[in-house]
Design a protein around this ligand. Structure first.
Ligand code: HEC
Length: 102
């Protein structure tokens, strides 16, 4: 019984992780500013203003990553983080600047 629960937990985890590591089809609409884009595309995982969820989990405000690294993360995704092919480089740069300033 305990083994079954553990197995179910692991499958769920794998499902969650693989479900996340793909592509996010969020598409900014005209007139969205950087904060709108962040709120729609990123805050679900990284919390409001990049301050993370549940305290510090996935906090990215003021990250040590360089502007280029942040842009690369957004355009190409991370290990788990999805890629955002519909966010263009200029918008990604604005988001990066926003996160660095937080
Ligand atoms: C589905 C959840 C999810 C979404 C949505 C998401 N991220 Fe992430 N992000 C992650 C995870 C998980 C990591 C850490 C592991 C990795 O690289 O995948 C991460 C890592 C990062 C990092 C690196 C942080 C560091 O200091 O190492 C940056 C920067 C980042 N995300 C920015 C963004 C931006 C900007 C957006 C919105 C365009 C965004 N993320 C949307 C899950 C997400």
């Amino acid at each position: 019984m305990i083994r079954m629960t553990k197995l179910a937990g692991i499958s769920l985890l794998v499902l969650l992780l693989t479900g996340c590591s793909e592509v996010n089809d969020f598409k900014p609409v005209a007139g969205m500013d950087v904060m709108d884009i962040y709120a729609n595309a990123c805050s679900g995982c990284h919390g409001e203003g990049g301050n993370g969820k549940f305290g510090i989990l996935l906090k990215i405000a003021g990250t040590d990553e360089s502007m280029d690294e942040i842009v690369d993360k957004v355009l190409n995704g991370g290990h788990i983080m999805p890629a955002f092919p519909n966010i263009d480089e200029k918008q990604a740069k604005n988001i990066a600047a926003y996160l660095k300033s937080e």
